[in-house]
Design a binder for this molecule. Structure first.
Ligand code: NCD
Length: 308
C-alpha cells in the first residue's frame, strides 16, 4: 500500500486501511519523534489559505518544519494574486512548481477538487467552505484512538452547527466506516445535518442516528461529545446568526450526568459553546486534540511524499 503522490480532498479518497496506516505512523511520530526529524529535508510545503486559519495552517507548517522541511505560502487571499483575479487553478499550477506538497483552504465548496487536475504535486484540502475538512478528521480520529484505545463501538454526539460545520461532515462520514458506531445529531432545527449526508450515511453504511435539539436528554449515553462553533461566516444574514449563536453552551452543570470517561472534543476555535470552566474537567480533550493535529499532519505529508 502506498499513498505516494496521492491527493487528499475528501476522506473517502482513502481506504480505512490507509487512514489507519496514517494514524499508526502518527502515534509512532509522537513517541519516537527524533527518528523523523530529518525525513523531509529539502522538501517544501506550500500553504495556500484563501480563508482564515490558526490551527490548520500552523500545524501543517509546524509538521513540515519538525520533519526538517521548509514552508512557504500565504494566509490571506487578499495578499495573493487571487486579488488580481487569478483563478485558483492557475495559482495551483504555478505553486506546484515551487513546492513538493500543497495544502489549500478555500471558502468555495469544491475548489480543491476542481484544482486537482492542475496540481503537479500532492494537494491536501485544508477545508472548503461548508463542505469538508479531511485533515481535521484525521486529527479527530487520532485523538479518539489515543484516548479511547480503538475506533469502534462508540456513541458519538455532534452538537451545534451541523449544517455548515465541515469538520462534522467529514468526521461523521468517516466514523460511519468504522464498526458499530452510533450517532446523536444535536442541533437547532435550522442547523441540522444536510439531507444529502444523512441519506448517504443510511444508504452506504446503514448507520443509525438520533436527531434531537436537546443535549441534556441524551448526555448520559454519549462516549464522545463533539462540540462545534456556529459558523457565522456561512450565514446569509446576521440576524439568523444572532438568533442561533448561543444555542448550546456547555457548562460543568450540563456534564454532571455524563459518563466519567466521556471525551469532549472541539475542532476549535470556540466562541461561546464551551464555558472555560469545563477546560479543567478531565473529560475535556480539545487542547490535546489540537496538539495531535501536528503528528497526524506529519504522518499524512510523509505518506504523500513517500518518505515513510
Ligand atoms: C474548523 C474549520 O476551519 O472548519 N477549524 C479548524 O480547522 N480546526 C472549525 C471552525 O472553524 O469552526
Amino acid at each position: 500500500m502506498s499513498l505516494k503522490d496521492r491527493h487528499l480532498i475528501d476522506t473517502s479518497d482513502f481506504s480505512i486501511e490507509e487512514i489507519n496506516a496514517i494514524l499508526d505512523i502518527a502515534q509512532d511520530m509522537e513517541k519516537n519523534y527524533e527518528n523523523y526529524s530529518q525525513i523531509c529535508r529539502g522538501k517544501i510545503l506550500a500553504t495556500l489559505f484563501f480563508e482564515p486559519s490558526t490551527r490548520t495552517r500552523l500545524s501543517f507548517e509546524s509538521a513540515m518544519l519538525r520533519m526538517g522541511g521548509n514552508v512557504l505560502g500565504f494566509s490571506d487571499g487578499e495578499t495573493s494574486s487571487a486579488k488580481k483575479g487569478e483563478s485558483v487553478s492557475d495559482s495551483i499550477r504555478v505553486v506546484s512548481s515551487y513546492s513538493d506538497i500543497m495544502v489549500m483552504r478555500h471558502p468555495k465548496e469544491g475548489a480543491p477538487r476542481l484544482s486537482v487536475p492542475k496540481a503537479m504535486v500532492p494537494l491536501i484540502n485544508g477545508g472548503d467552505g461548508g463542505h469538508q475538512h479531511p485533515t481535521q478528521t484525521l486529527t479527530d480520529l487520532l485523538t479518539i484512538k489515543n484516548l479511547k484505545g480503538e475506533i469502534a463501538n462508540l456513541s458519538v454526539a455532534f452538537c451545534g452547527d451541523l449544517k455548515y460545520g465541515r469538520t462534522v461532515h467529514s468526521l461523521i462520514k468517516t466514523l460511519s466506516r468504522y464498526p458499530h458506531m452510533k450517532f446523536y445529531l444535536i442541533s437547532p432545527e435550522q442547523l441540522r445535518l444536510p439531507d444529502y449526508i444523512k441519506e448517504s450515511l443510511s444508504r452506504k453504511y446503514n448507520v443509525s442516528f438520533v436527531e434531537t435539539e436537546d443535549l441534556e436528554s441524551v448526555i448520559s449515553e454519549i462516549d464522545i461529545l463533539y462540540m462545534t462553533r456556529i459558523q457565522k461566516e456561512r450565514f446569509f444574514n446576521e440576524e439568523d446568526y444572532i438568533k442561533l449563536k448561543d444555542s448550546y453552551i456547555l457548562t460543568r452543570a450540563k456534564i454532571a450526568n455524563a459518563k466519567p470517561d466521556m471525551l469532549i472534543l472541539h475542532p476549535l476555535p470556540r466562541v461561546n459553546e464551551i464555558h472555560p470552566d469545563v477546560d479543567d474537567d478531565p473529560r475535556a480533550a480539545y487542547f490535546e486534540q489540537a496538539e495531535y493535529g501536528v503528528y497526524v499532519r506529519m504522518s499524512l505529508m510523509a505518506h504523500l511524499l513517500g518518505v515513510v
